[in-house]
Write a protein that binds this ligand. Structure first.
Ligand SMILES: *Cc1c(COP(=O)(O)O)cnc(C)c1O
Length: 361
């Protein structure tokens, strides 16, 4: 399938983006959609006005969770160009999630082209302040109306777009994190390395309880022993020791973040000793007690970099870097943001340009 059908609704009035965009609250005018059946493969690809859809109550993903997604961002550069950050890696990861959940893969190049087309059509929605972005949400779900437990035969793949605000509208602020062993997000050989709704469902209660206690998010420990650190909220985690910057190795229960991968590469280029290995909670506590813990930060598409000011585990309260944003954390945040805004040249082939389109009436 190589054709997209278009039903474009030209805008008659100018888009007035609100001052406070928040996250995932506003949506652009159009969406991309296509269907899969075993007989036809992917078909019915179209870009059309964003609409609600109607589903049979037995639609399989609602009951059995065959639902995967991605999250990535497009930006308007300081010289007015449109670019997407590492869409190739995101689409590849979506296909990995699809395989694990017995869902059909998509054609990487076709989905990339569809994404670019959709962004070009709705490009007036891309906010332009530093830190703001057009969040891209591709997702896929099983849509066969059958209650039997087996993979759905039919699927839908959709892309929607949402202009989002800067994660730190008042400047880069550190966060308070609770490490807990009451709940786990996932276990090795489970779905932890897939971007699927199930992992999010598993994480909500822990996050709610942490919020009630005054924390922003939860630090997840491994699912078997609750001994090794894994992720922070929906971000990957980096521990900045005196002579090393360590991040948990991809054991299968950790989401292979695109920001994580980018940060590892940047840090190596900057000459840091970066390692991917097991890191126990005890090791972090020992490093803190002996003065060897410089900082901790999370990485993810939404916040880019999130710096920890406080990490609590049981009775141990660790105030990190005197409660201030780490120097390196801020440097990384600025480096990635500069690439997004085009203020720094993309020397690593991370950004994909989108050609603007005049919508013909
Ligand atoms: C999406 C996600 C991340 C971050 O991945 P990025 O590709 O950097 O956005 C980290 N952990 C979890 C659990 C996630 O779902």
């Amino acid at each position: 399938m190589k054709n997209i059908s278009y039903n474009i609704k030209p805008r008659t009035e100018k888009i007035n983006l609100p001052d406070k965009l928040g996250f995932g609250i506003y949506f652009t005018d159009h969406m991309f959609e296509m269907d899969f059946t075993p007989e036809k493969g992917w078909h019915n690809a179209s870009i059309h006005p964003l609409n609600n859809f109607c589903l049979h109550p037995a639609t399989s993903f609602i009951h059995y969770g065959q639902s995967i997604f991605e999250g990535l961002k497009a930006f308007k550069t300081v010289d007015g160009q449109i670019q997407i950050f590492r869409p190739d890696v995101h689409i590849e990861r979506m296909n990995n999630s699809a395989r694990r959940l017995c869902m059909p893969e998509v054609d990487n190049n076709f989905v990339l082209e569809a994404m670019k087309e959709l962004i070009a059509i709705d490009s007036d929605w891309i906010p332009t302040k530093r830190g703001e972005a057009l969040y891209i949400r591709p997702f896929m779900f099983g849509k066969e109306p059958v209650l039997g437990v087996r993979p759905s035969r039919d699927y839908k793949f959709i892309i929607i777009l949402s202009p989002v605000g800067a994660y730190y509208p008042e400047g880069f602020k550190p966060v308070k994190i609770l490490a807990q062993d009451k709940y786990v997000r996932t276990i090795r050989k489970g779905l932890g390395d897939c971007k699927t709704s199930a992992n999010y469902a598993a994480s909500l209660l822990a996050a709610e309880e942490a919020k009630e206690m005054g924390y922003t998010q939860v630090l997840w420990l491994d699912g078997v022993e609750q001994k090794y650190i894994e992720e922070v909220g929906t971000m990957n985690i980096f521990i900045h020791f005196k002579d090393e910057i360590a991040t948990p190795m991809l054991t299968g229960s950790i989401l292979p973040g695109v920001t994580r991968r980018s940060v590892i590469q940047i840090l190596k280029e900057w000459g840091y000793n970066v390692t991917e290995r097991l890191i126990s909670m005890q090791e972090v506590i020992d490093a803190y007690d002996s003065g060897n813990l410089i900082g901790i930060f999370g990485t993810g598409t939404a916040a880019i970099i999130s710096s920890l000011e406080l990490l609590t585990y049981k009775d141990k309260r660790m105030v990190i870097n005197n409660g201030e944003v780490g120097e390196l954390d801020l440097k990384l945040f600025n480096e990635l943001t500069d690439i997004h805004t085009g203020e720094k040249e993309d020397t690593r082939n991370w950004v994909f340009k989108v050609e603007k389109k005049e919508i013909l009436v």
